[in-house]
Ligand binder design. Sequence first.
Ligand code: NI
Length: 469
Amino acid sequence: MKKIIVGPLTRANNSSSVEVTVEDKRVVDARCSGIFFRGFELILRGRDPRDASYLTERICGICSAAHGTAASFALEDAAGVRPPRNGNLLRNLILGADFLQSHIRHFYLYSLLDYVRGPNQRPFIPGYTKGYRLHGKVNEAMVEHYFQAVEISRLTHKLLTLLGGKAPHNHGLLAGGSTVSPAADILMDFGSKLRKIIDFIKNIMVPDTLTLAEAYPDYYEIGCRAPNLLEFGLFPRSEDDNERSFPGGVIIDGHPQKLDSSAIREHLKYSWFTGNSEPRHPSRGRTEPDREKEGAYSWAKAPRYGGKPMEGGPLARLWIRGDYRKGISTMDRIVARAMEAEMIGKSMEGWVEELQPGAPVFNAFNVPREAEGAGLTGAMRGPLGHWLRIEKGRIAHYEIITPTTWNFSPRDDTGQLGPVEEALIGTPIEDENEPVEIGRVVRAFDVCSSCSVHLIVPGTPVKETIIVP
Ligand code: NI
């Protein structure tokens, strides 16, 4: 029996790690740890509710538009307001641009190097020395595409900047709609950049995922877990939000069900938070850190739906919508993400067409003195929820459950494993000294990779504060 700890999982920062126990060349136990404290819930207390969309975007550098969206939805729910048609379309386009950025970076910068041998120089070395199955020109082409992906992902940020002002942490999203009504030349520029990105996804990224799937077909049998899937719904189709392009829903043991967000509970037994005696709904959740807590091993809480550990992400979304129901495995997760990127790009082209020049983008509203609201959206890695309570016009309670908290959660109060932990059990490990298989399984979930904030104090070297996704 051997224990192996793999981290940093994100290649970018050490905010998460996984500890597995290997026996007879198979994973028999797994523990996922978020090893830094986030605490945005505490930062938000006492603030103006309108600040939440901008502050929570700072949770993350790669999925920031999703937090801005969830925070906007939560305040709109509390205030009883919705954006005008153009405002809804612009928000979809801003979030869509961030999705394309994230999905492209996930595949090329995050996942690919577990399968493809990089150039023999830093930052590609030191790396694993075996387990690579692509050779010669095929491997070379993948590496070439890796570098193209860096350029294309920069273009996705330019896309976001055109409507959001800056990237990451855009200023275009807010409760009530969007901040800027774009001029025709901006939309033309947006359209031409979007076409280049779609070309790359369609002609390079999707074929590359299929090349991997062909070379590593055993990964359709690795990283499997029971079909328990959750999605809150992504991209409101209209300003009324009565339908979403990717609908919310639940799959429980393979059976589709209607989403009922009141079935969510947060378990704290194995998390470094003062324990609830009973698991609570996030609208009544508590965030009181306790680093010394006996038995705990993560800063992530353990959210459960109807008592079940639920997986979110592109595979869950496509499964719920009925577009992809092949399997629940490492390779299915990778292929579904590329498919989803192509679908979102296509939808975005339609939304640009639907924009009406000069029409309003924002509906003004009054912040209520006392109210509650929930902001539920699909995010890049799965369901994202913000729960808000306003008292005397200020934020009295805020609770955030990120997709990575669902996927990467620790055990719950009943001892059930989190989804990534479940997926790791049974993974074959060929060589315990080079356990490349673990990274492949975990990274297919796209553990939120850039949830870090850099703090600069004038006159001192740059320090990095890392925040749990
Ligand atoms: Ni994130």
